[in-house]
Design a protein around this ligand. Structure first.
Ligand code: GLN
Length: 487
């Protein structure tokens, strides 16, 4: 096994652990050492607790020695985006508002990872309250892209993508409301999966826009993503939007689902604004599938041009409501400069929230206000239905859609000062959230200047097994997963 253990996939490491060639303590020590060596430049972590991780690893080794290993995640260090609750660990949402908050409980996904034997490793940086596409909106400062640390890793789960690409974790979790798993996965050259809305419990995820948010995995390979998804998916009565559905063995299904697939290419996703190198790489992926015997069909999603507007009405409306709880009394930063109770609310929120979060709260409050509700929020909900219908119509003819994940590769930190320019990063990912569908980004090349490119596959509701099998077929025929940034 290569000396760079921290760059190996779960599948290989699990075998080494099973064969006693490696212990979880050794693996965790390697990941900790790697983190200490590179995180000064990458800045993917908001916090980590070395001794706690080693204690978990030792417990995992003891289980394995006693013949009680809990499956492929036993002893594997997994990092969590800093919006997912872990008992006794800081939970900040990368906001001053929660700078000193320690979670008193576990998210459901956290519990499930513990059940699967994973070593929970560190709190990963993100845009404040997951609002952004570059991880620059973090109160902890930006994360660097491991392929070029002067560039952004994407966002909002930029820390989760960067930590994985840099070898500071073996897999990570992020959350995706409008693209926050897939876009950073594309920009950092890793696999990122946003599950169907309702497949993974949101209990213990700091809410941004509840009708759009989903937790999902970042992984080095599609097979690893299948393993992590299998561990975290499933019905949870503590999330009222959680769906009752059988969870297949996603990993085993990779070998059995072979197509031939019908793939749709939405013409609206290849227009103006798409970087030509990305267009070429995705076209090569289309050619690959065609050579594999897939039927390729151009399809149309005619309401695509309304996705961004619809998203920024619905997401901000839900955010303004979700973030009302941070008032300095029940939760969050409490101002020391307040004259009276009303002043305490406003000062605490003025001091605790950063500019992008404030912008969204103001916009969301406006679109929900009486007299405007019908004109904005209600209308956006209607358009959302049309957008979902576009996808469902396309799925009458095809099994999945193939698109670019992001219109551009990683850009320079500070380059996009205008919020609208940043909102445009999500044009290919947002529709999937509005329609509640699963989407995966897989590495599909590097630009001439050496920056990763991602292709997005979009699937039918709860058809993650098909989506993973399709992505796996592409991945296995290419070498992108073996390319790593030189840090
Ligand atoms: N970039 C989008 C936004 O800023 C999506 C964020 C996300 O998926 N959490 O809202």
């Amino acid at each position: 096994m290569s000396s760079e253990l921290f760059l190996r996939p779960i599948t290989e490491l699990a075998t080494a652990l099973d064969e006693k060639k490696l212990s979880s303590v050794e693996l965790t020590q390697t990941v900790i050492a790697r983190t200490k060596a590179v995180d000064g430049r990458v800045k993917a972590f908001n916090s980590f607790d070395e001794s706690d991780a080693l204690t978990q690893a030792a417990a995992s080794d003891a289980r394995r020695a006693a013949g009680q290993a809990r499956g492929p995640l036993e002893g594997i260090p997994i990092g969590l985006k800093d919006v997912i609750a872990v008992t006794g660990q800081p939970l900040t949402a990368s906001s001053k508002m929660l700078a000193n908050f320690v979670s008193p409980y576990d998210a459901t996904v956290t519990q499930k990872l513990k059940h699967a034997g994973a070593v929970l490793w560190g709190r990963l940086n993100c845009d404040e309250f997951a609002m952004g596409s570059s991880t620059e909106n973090s109160a902890f400062g930006p994360t660097g892209n491991p392929w070029d640390t002067t560039r952004v890793p994407g966002g909002s789960s930029g820390g989760s993508a960067a930590a994985l690409a840099a070898g500071e974790a073996i897999a990570t979790l992020g959350s995706d409301t409008g693209g926050s798993i897939r876009q950073p996965a594309a920009l950092c050259g890793v696999v990122g999966l946003k599950p169907t809305y309702g497949l993974v419990s949101r209990y213990g995820l700091i809410a941004f826009a509840s009708s759009l948010d989903q937790i999902g995995p970042f992984a080095r390979t599609v097979e690893d993503a299948a393993i992590v998804l299998g561990a975290i998916a499933g019905h949870d009565e503590r999330d009222s939007t959680s769906f009752k559905t059988d969870i297949p063995n996603y990993r085993a299904e990779l070998a059995t689902r072979k197509g031939p697939w019908k793939l749709g290419i939405p013409k609206e996703y290849f227009g103006e604004g798409l970087d030509p190198e990305i267009a070429t790489a995705v076209e090569q992926a289309i050619t690959f599938y065609q050579k594999q015997g897939c039927e390729i069909k151009e399809v149309s999603l005619p309401h695509t041009r309304y996705c961004l507007d619809t998203y920024y009405v619905i997401a901000t409306a839900e955010a303004s409501s979700n973030l009302a709880r941070y008032d300095g009394i029940r939760y969050g930063h409490r101002s020391k400069n307040a004259a009276d109770a009303v002043d305490l609310y406003s000062q605490s929120r003025a001091e605790g929230f950063g500019p992008e979060v404030k912008r969204r709260i103001i916009l969301g409050t406006y679109v929900l206000s009486s007299g405007y509700y019908d004109a904005y929020y209600l209308r956006a909900q209607k358009v959302r239905t049309l957008i979902r219908q576009d996808f469902l119509n396309a799925f009458r003819d095809v099994d999945a859609l193939l698109t670019p994940t992001s219109p551009m590769p990683a850009f320079k930190i500070g380059e996009k000062a205008d919020p609208l320019a940043l909102y445009l990063c999500d044009i290919y990912t947002i529709g999937v959230n509005l329609a509640g569908l699963p989407g995966i980004s897989v590495p599909c090349g590097l630009t001439k200047s050496g920056l990763p490119i991602g292709a997005q596959l979009i699937g039918q509701p709860f058809q993650e097994a098909n989506l993973l099998a399709l992505a796996h077929a592409y991945e296995q025929a290419h070498e992108w997963r073996n390319q790593h940034p030189k840090l």
